[in-house]
Structure formats: C-alpha cells, structure tokens
Design a protein around this ligand. Structure first.
Ligand code: CUA
Length: 360
C-alpha cells in the first residue's frame, strides 16, 4: 500500500515538473514574441523617420488639396481611435488591479442589466456614426466638379502615358501641372490593373482595363513630386514611376505649347545620322516621334524625350551614358520590360543617343 502511495506521489511530482517545464517554455516563447513585435515596431518607426527625413513621398506631408483632406481625415480617425484605445487600456488596468482574485470576494453579476446594455451599444454606434460622417464628408470634398486642367492618364506595363488630346500631344512618365488650379484626369489601363498614386497630391486611384476612373485635386505647393504605381502589375511594378512637377501657370502654358510642337530637327552630325537611322530600324513600330514617319503607340511617345528627367519610367536618370546603356540592353536595366534588345554597332547606338537627347 505504502509503496503504491509513494509511486503515485512520484508520478505526480514528475507531472508537476513537466508542467513547470512547459510553463517556462511558453513564457520564453511569449517573451520572444513580445520582443519580435516590439523590434518590428521600432524598425517601422525608424524607417518612417528616415523616409520623412529624406523627403520621399510622404502622405503626412501633403502638397495638394486632396492629400490635405486625406491627412486631416487620417488624423481625426487616429485621434478618435486613440481615445478609445487609451480608455480601454485604463479600464482594463483598473479591472485587473481592482478585480483580482481574492478568497473572500465574489464577482458581482450584472447580466440582464438593461441600462448597461443600452450604454455599451450606444457608445460604439455613436463612434462608428462619427467616423462614417467624417469619411463621407471627406469623400465629397475630394470630388471637385470644375477643373481648369484636364488630361488622360493611361497605365501601361510599365510606364505612364499622359494624353493631352485637345492640345495635340502625348507624353510619358513626366507631367507638369499649374499650382492653385484644379486638375482633373481620366484614368485608364492599356493592359492590366495599375494604380495611379502621387502620395503628396491625393489618394490612390486604380486604372482598370475597360473602365474610366477619375481623380481631381488642386496642387498647393510648387515642386517635383514622385508618383508611382501602387497595384502589383507584373515583374517591373516597382519601376513604374513618374514625376509630377507643380509649376506656375505661365510655365505650365509654355510647357503645353512646347510639347504640342513636332520633334526638333537634329543639328549635330551624330544626331542627324541618328535621326536618319531611327525610322529605318524597329523603333517606329512601338514609338512615336511626331514630325517623322514613326507612329507607334505601344511604347512612350519620344517626341520630346530629351526634355524628360528619366528613362524607362525612372528606372534610370536621363543622361547620355545611361541612355546608351538602356539602348544596348533594356533587359539588363529593367528585366522583363517590353522593349527588346536590338543589336546595333556601337557607332549607331551613339548616333541614336545623340538624336534622342536632342529631342528637347
Ligand atoms: Cu503598374 Cu504596378
């Protein structure tokens, strides 16, 4: 009998050891998880800090009316939800301390208390109603009816087309807009779904094949603002960038008039040779250079290519050296892009570079 009792005690003891070990293990697990979550937050905050410092696109630093409205809404919603969060934390701490287990006390029962039920149904309903009202009001303010500047945007794999139909030109990956004027754009897609986004001007709007979406905003601050595609659209989604330059109305009008002109006649000897060569190779089947025999519409209009700051939707800065690299092998610069490698002797490549860079 005594022996059996000892055995049972020993087994109980082993079980307790196992449980204690498991407890230590899960505590360690919990600490590791807490550390992981905490360090993720620290990294995210640090990244947000560096992004702001380097003046990258930053939704909290708006330069247009729509982005302003969106930031205001974000701050309002964040403030309301912070109050909710802090209130819940305080109540939770109070309950944990006040209501902790004591041998003598017993939890009071409030089940079926009608007034408490009504109060904690009404408070969340009221909070949701306020959030709904603020969101609807902002959404209405985002759709401005009268615009003084209009153009069409078409998302392509992987570049942006800006179509100023009435002014008679198309351009790519770079667009100017005047400050303090309402800008309105129709947004379309040539192939798959993309998303048009200039973080400091307004919200993201998808471009969807077979559908026309719209965006409108009033640029408030002059400067150069980076735009990007914010919907995954294929291998070069990350290199589908453009710039939006906010300029004075006078500069904008001069830009529109200049863009409407046909391509400049080349002057340098290399550029003249490049201008003669280009229509005889494959370029014209995809690209347009207005004033020449090249009328392709699949790829960016190059009529004023030399005036633009980027190559391949800002995969590279537009310099003669980079353009040469691009012409020698677009697939090395932007793997998977739609522009094939066209083998040419170096001299001809240099002539094309000279010609394209003269197309200001
Ligand atoms: Cu276009 Cu992502």
């Amino acid at each position: 009998m005594a022996e059996g009792g000892d055995k049972a005690k020993r087994e109980r003891g082993e079980r307790e050891d196992v449980r204690a070990g498991a407890g230590r293990g899960s505590r360690r697990h919990l600490t590791a998880r807490t550390l992981l979550v905490a360090s993720t937050w620290v990294i995210m905050l640090a990244l947000a800090g560096t992004a702001a410092a380097a003046s990258h696109p930053n939704v909290l630093n708006p330069a247009g009316s729509a982005a302003h409205e969106i930031r205001t809404l974000a701050i309002q919603v964040f403030s309301i939800l912070s109050v909710v969060l802090v209130t819940v934390w305080i109540l939770l701490a109070y309950v944990i301390v006040k209501g902790r287990r004591r041998p003598e006390s017993k939890a009071s029962q409030t089940s079926g208390n009608l007034s408490i039920e009504i109060v904690w149904t009404l408070i969340p309903a009221l909070i949701v109603a306020v959030l709904f009202f603020l969101t609807v009001r902002t959404t209405q303010q985002l759709s401005l009816p009268v615009a003084s500047v209009r153009f069409d945007v078409v998302g392509h794999q992987w570049w942006w087309e800006f179509d100023f139909g009435p002014q008679g030109f198309k351009t790519a990956n770079e667009v100017l807009v005047p400050d303090d004027r309402t800008v309105y754009a129709d947004l379309q897609a040539a192939d798959v779904i993309h998303s048009f986004w200039v973080p400091q001007m307004g919200g993201k709007v998808d471009t969807i094949p077979g559908r026309v979406n719209h965006i409108s905003f009033t640029p408030l601050i002059k400067g150069t603002f980076l735009g990007e595609c914010s919907e995954f659209c294929g291998v070069q989604h990350a290199q589908m960038r453009f710039v939006m330059k906010v300029v004075t109305p006078a500069v904008y009008i001069a830009w529109v008039q200049h863009q409407g002109q046909p391509a400049a006649t080349p002057t340098g000897a290399q550029a003249v040779a490049g201008g003669q060569l280009m229509p005889t190779i494959a370029c014209g089947s995809c690209h347009t250079v207005r004033g020449t025999t090249m009328h392709g519409t699949f790829a960016p209009d190059l009529t004023h290519f030399g005036s633009r700051g980027g190559i391949g939707a800002y995969a590279m800065v537009n310099t003669p050296a980079n353009l040469l690299k691009w012409l020698q092998d677009p697939q090395a610069v932007k793997p998977g892009c739609q522009m094939p490698r066209i083998p040419l002797p170096l001299q001809q490549q240099q002539e094309l570079v000279a010609y394209l860079e003269e197309l200001k």
